[in-house]
Design a protein around this ligand. Structure first.
Ligand code: ZN
Length: 189
């Protein structure tokens, strides 16, 4: 079957298979194939084998598309060091590529927000942020890894009056996550 034929599109429709152009997810798409998402339990082995030679096949419940560029991101982790390459603000999913390209709203949403940590290795210097000295935080399963962003933010605000803060430098290892903080003077005007 020709993958650009109407017959093939109809077959995809009938099997709830969605076609996508590109991944935003880091580490994917090396073969440059278009991507199909579906519940593959509903598709025959023969069809899947045929498709695998022409497409990347992904599970529809594990992937979603960016509301801005329509590229695909994984929405469920597949290994311990996975971290989401997207944010959800106002109910809309935005991929990391779009965040990096247009970071302003994202950076704004992180300021003095202990519920969020900057995840995309953004350069915060152009926004006037500098690293907070000795801000090496850990939260995890081992004793002492109890750094809590809500408490940390309160401490930082006390320690550095007149400043606003972003938690950043997020990293995860098997049993804990690490992060740090950056600060800038609160805009007075
Ligand atoms: Zn995007």
């Amino acid at each position: 079957m020709d993958i650009n034929s109407e017959r093939f599109y109809n077959w995809q429709d009938a099997n709830d298979i969605m076609q996508h152009g590109e991944y935003a997810e880091p580490g994917y798409g090396n073969r440059g194939f278009p991507i199909l998402t579906a519940n593959w339990n509903d598709v025959s082995e023969t069809a899947q084998t045929w498709l695998e030679q022409r497409f990347e096949l992904e599970w529809s419940d594990e992937w979603s598309t960016c509301g801005n560029c329509y590229k695909l991101v994984r929405i469920s982790g597949d290994c311990w060091d996975w971290k989401p390459f997207y944010t959800i603000g106002d109910g809309e999913l935005t991929c990391g590529d779009c965040i990096v390209e247009y970071p302003d709203d994202y950076v704004e949403s992180l300021i003095d927000n202990p519920e969020s940590v900057e995840m995309f290795d953004l350069d915060l210097k152009p926004f006037g942020f500098e690293p907070v000295p000795d801000a090496d935080y850990e939260n995890g399963m081992h004793p002492g890894q109890t750094d809590n962003p809500i408490e940390l933010l309160a401490q930082l605000q006390k320690q550095y009056p007149g400043m606003e803060f972003i938690f950043t430098g997020y990293g995860n290892s098997q049993f804990c996550c690490t992060f740090s903080a950056a600060m800038r003077p609160i805009d007075q005007d």
